[in-house]
Design a protein around this ligand. Structure first.
Ligand SMILES: NC(=O)c1ccc[n+]([C@@H]2O[C@H](COP(=O)([O-])OP(=O)(O)OC[C@H]3O[C@@H](n4cnc5c(N)ncnc54)[C@H](O)[C@@H]3O)[C@@H](O)[C@H]2O)c1
Length: 361
């Protein structure tokens, strides 16, 4: 594959274009908004010139509802030998592609499982897809060359291909992305009119749960419109669980000992089911989840502190598996939570304390 056209030079299109340009491919950029294509080109993502003849692969990176229409138009123009789209939902665009009578032999749906809260070419990054899953949804129509072109695209972007059926993909993303997005937004919405004093108490828990509530509403209306039924099914199940949880909490407030016990059992059951679900989320590099333990170190908010800490941990021969920083509101300190192998916790804690670090118990 040598030449590519990216149609829709927003976050995803420009990120793919940047990755491909860096790998030496010739990338042509188009967008309904000429400024977006020009901006992508100015970032080094390719050229806004029209290709002389058909390119090898066209990547359609427009909102899900427009994939069918844009694909039909590109195929009418003979833009490429093979086509793919990157929409976050697959069944709706697929149905539209079929309804519009597009060539489905040389088209394959795809979805890179990477993104950001921001959209547009300026948010793009060449390494956005590095190490991320990239789902491909071939159908019996898809020919092998088309699948191979998509596999090459995924490899060039440093991602990992996962072949799935479109409907299974949509159920999966509803569970791991779309429903969590709505829950994050709903939790964050409780803060909209909360007292300033209450909001100032925000700790790491609420920050973690609401991080994706900063997402672009218009983009999510598009995504959820294309997967509304499946997401509604999951939210209905969640609503039933919420109802049970409210009942359990109310039972905890009663004077009756038996009811209080049943309330506590209900809450414990929710927490245990949550533990079990959370433990299934793949760990680093997609490996099976590993139980790391956390060593929390208090750090002054000043230049060089993190580097000094990481240097000391490295010198002790301990691998930092993950890191999270919790900021203290109102004080110039933070808590750095280092995830390390359980066997390293004691040694690391003792050694860091000996070197003057404040390690929390
Ligand atoms: N943002 C994410 O996190 C994410 C992740 C994976 C996949 N996706 C999918 O990638 C696609 C693009 O999303 P994005 O985040 O890059 O959005 P974006 O808003 O950053 O970019 C979309 C671009 O498409 C252009 N466009 C709209 N209609 C067009 C048309 N008819 N012809 C040509 N260009 C057109 C817009 O002008 C815009 O520049 C969507 O289908 C989305 O579902 C998004």
């Amino acid at each position: 594959m040598r030449t590519v056209a990216v149609v829709g030079t927003g976050l995803i299109g420009t990120s793919a274009a940047l990755a491909l340009t860096r790998r030496g491919l010739h990338v042509h950029l188009e967008d309904a908004d000429p400024d977006a294509a020009r901006t992508a080109a100015s970032l080094g993502a390719g050229t806004t010139e029209t290709p002389d003849g058909p390119v090898d692969l066209a990547i359609i990176a427009v909102p899900p509802a427009l994939v069918g229409k844009v694909l039909a138009d590109c195929q009418r123009r003979g833009l490429a030998r093979w086509y793919t789209d990157v929409a976050s939902v697959k069944s709706g665009p697929r149905a539209e592609v079929t309804a519009l009578g597009c060539d489905t032999v040389h088209y394959i749906g795809s979805h890179p499982m990477a993104g950001r809260e921001r959209s547009g070419p300026l948010a793009a990054r060449a390494d956005l897809f590095e190490g991320r899953p990239w789902v491909l949804t071939p159908t019996p129509d898809t020919d092998t060359e088309t699948l191979n072109a998509a596999l090459e695209l995924v490899a060039l972007c440093g991602a990992m291909p996962i072949v799935m059926d479109a409907a299974a993909h949509d159920r999966a993303v509803a569970l791991v992305s779309h429903a969590p997005q709505l829950f994050s937004s709903l939790v964050a919405a409780r803060l909209e009119h909360a007292d300033e004093t209450a909001v100032r108490l925000s700790g790491q828990g609420v920050r973690d749960v609401t991080r994706i509530a900063a997402s672009n509403p218009a983009m999510w209306v598009d995504i959820l419109s294309a997967n509304a039924g499946v997401v509604a099914d999951i939210l209905e199940e969640l609503a039933a669980d919420l109802g049970d949880t409210v009942t359990a909490l109310r039972a905890l407030q009663t004077a009756d000992e038996g009811e209080r016990r049943s309330g506590a059992a209900g809450i414990e059951a929710v927490m245990r089911r949550g533990n079990a679900g959370q433990a299934r989320i793949p760990g680093k590099h997609g490996a099976p989840p590993t139980r790391y333990e956390t060593v929390a170190v208090v750090l002054g908010d000043q230049p060089g502190e993190l580097g000094r800490l990481f240097g000391e941990v490295g010198a002790l021969g301990v691998n930092i598996e993950d890191v999270a920083i919790e900021h203290s509101s109102g004080q110039q300190v933070g808590f750095v939570q280092l995830s390390v192998a359980p066997a390293a916790v004691k040694r690391l804690t003792v050694a860091l304390r000996e070197h003057g670090w404040s390690v929390r118990d």
